[in-house]
Ligand binder design. Structure first.
Ligand code: NAX
Ligand code: K
Length: 499
């Protein structure tokens, strides 16, 4: 699913009005109707709705929503911000059509009866037309709204937030519980510094022109459930284990055998045919017990990996979880990287070793997948001022080193050597725990071994990992779920992809 910037969304709007049988006012009505239907499905008529509108098209949406609510006998109070600018053409039409009186706000002295707890505040003050951070009365109005208790819904985007950039710390922005956005994810919804204002995001299809959407180019995408199903390869009834690849997960050190055992189990559970684990000897009994389906290969020493004895020709390597950074381990990693010709997966301490020996970056085989979290990424490639800047740096590094970077975070992003960014929107805060990353490494390595291209293995891996995490949270709660629970929920994910 494509992510467009504000100017592309505006062009798409315009293209739709010029090429489809729909006028801009009809498009606004369609957008308002979609919001109204969503609101109706979630809230009863017992709520009082306070609708705050600006004078642009976002305000026009708000006025139309308020009218639709009134027409179905919901209790509605509508406010319009008084400003020197005129209503946009379509907002004026909706203002004229509004069947009740509205209150014009010159400052923040409006009242909302809070003893009646059932209130919904609808923010239709500013949308994608915001041209600078809010100040003066508009700023005060939003600050006051942010202190009022009630359900808060932003239309299209929280007022005060820009679609394509991140806010400064002192920027005033409406804090929504829910954002009902039209047709597309906005980049601001995909970065933690701005997404926190949007709450839960629902994308409402308002039928914008599909040819424009198909033809218009972008470098940013959402990994959709459809693209996952389209890329998924069901197992062939006539196949044998050799058809599903050979994996070697390499990692673990004394006290950190758990991490490589999680990777091993994830690789098995995601469908890899044959799985080896290369770990220090202290891991032997643990691994043979926790993952009896996998074979153990000694890493050469009791407590750390000092040698990696595996033919890399037909084996897909995933290396890093719990590996440690001992000098002998570093040498073993270096030797391994020099010997691999095919894409591998590098995580955790494998990346930390490379960040302490930057020349090793050039040893990473072409089209390999690295899976750093933001701190590991910064160690490898330097600091960034925020997550958007880090994402752009990752895009450059993916191109420069010809690798796929899975930048883990609130919304994990997969950056490709062609400069594309694929955001993952599955997953939840229950996954922000030790072990989640080890599992992701196992999953991506297991998918790569099964013949998925590195880019697709990375995309499927992050999507499936997040989705399994969502099933785990549903069953065990975000608080109580552990990384192992993510592995246990993989069956639900596969059964659903197949549906
Ligand atoms: N994308 C789409 O397909 C559709 C978009 N629509 C709506 O149109 C919106 C965009 O509308 P507009 O381009 O009219 O813009 P907005 O409604 O976001 O804002 C423009 C208005 O806000 C004022 N303004 C901008 N920045 C300000 C600031 N910092 N302080 C004070 N005033 C400021 C402008 O003077 C203007 O009056 C979208 O967000 C969406 O809600 C819908 O009507 C239907 C279809
Ligand atoms: K808004």
């Amino acid at each position: 699913m494509k992510v467009f910037n504000t100017s592309q969304i505006r062009q798409c709007d315009q293209y739709t009005v010029e090429n489809d049988e729909i006028s801009s006012i009809e498009l606004m009505e369609k957008a308002a109707l979609a919001c109204f239907e969503w609101i109706k499905s979630q809230f009863s008529a017992n709520y009082t709705y306070y609708v705050f509108c600006g004078k642009g098209n976002n305000g026009g949406d708000g006025l139309a929503i308020a009218r639709l609510l009134l027409e179905e006998n919901y209790k509605v109070e509508t406010f319009v911000i008084q400003s020197s600018s005129n209503f946009s053409t379509d907002a004026q039409i909706n203002f004229d059509k509004y069947p009740d009186s509205v209150s014009f706000l010159e400052n923040d002295d409006f009242e909302i009866q809070q003893e009646n707890k059932k209130i919904v505040i609808i923010d239709a003050l500013f949308g994608t037309g915001l041209n600078k951070p809010l100040e003066g009365n508009t700023q005060k109005i939003i600050q006051k709204l942010n202190h009022i208790k009630g359900k808060k819904i932003s239309i299209d985007i929280p007022s005060g937030l820009f679609s394509d950039s991140l806010p400064s710390e002192d920027q005033t922005i409406f804090k929504a519980d829910v954002t009902l956005s039209f047709q597309f994810y906005k980049r601001a919804f995909l970065h933690v510094e701005s997404a926190q204002y949007a709450g839960k995001i629902f994308i409402l299809d308002i039928g914008l022109n599909s040819k424009f959407i198909q033809d218009e180019e972008t470098n940013n995408y959402i990994i959709s459930s459809k693209s996952v199903s389209d890329n998924f390869k069901p197992r062939d009834p006539f196949s044998h284990k050799g058809n599903y690849g050979k994996v070697a997960l390499i990692g673990g050190s004394y006290g950190k055998i758990g991490s490589i055992s999680l990777s091993t189990r994830a690789a098995l559970k995601i469908g890899a045919g044959i799985v080896f684990t290369i770990a220090p000897n202290c891991g032997y009994s643990i691994l043979q017990t926790l993952a009896p389906e996998a074979m153990f290969i000694s890493g050469g020493d009791e407590k750390l990996i000092t040698e990696i004895k595996i033919s890399t020709e037909k084996t897909t390597i995933g290396i890093g979880p719990g590996l440690g950074k001992e000098k002998l381990t570093k040498v073993a990693l270096e030797e391994l990287l020099k010997s691999i010709q095919t894409p591998a997966v590098l995580d955790a301490d494998a990346l930390n070793i490379i960040s302490e020996n930057k020349s090793m970056l050039n040893l990473i085989p072409k089209n390999s997948i690295i899976t750093p979290h933001p701190v590991e990424f910064a160690r490898l490639f330097g600091d960034s001022k925020d997550s958007l800047e880090q994402c752009e740096l990752a895009r450059e590094m993916a191109k420069k080193y010809n690798i796929i970077i899975v930048l883990k975070g609130h919304r994990t992003a997969v950056l490709t050597p062609e400069g594309k960014c694929y955001y993952n929107i599955t997953g939840n805060a229950g996954m922000a725990k030790g072990g989640s990353g080890d599992i992701l490494t196992g999953m991506i390595t297991g998918l790569l071994a099964q013949g998925y291209s590195p880019q697709i293995a990375a995309q499927l891996g992050v999507y499936i990992h997040g989705k399994a995490g969502d099933y785990a949270a549903k069953k065990y709660s975000q608080e109580a779920m552990t990384a192992q629970d993510i592995i246990h929920r993989l069956p639900e994910v596969f059964l659903n992809i197949k549906k």
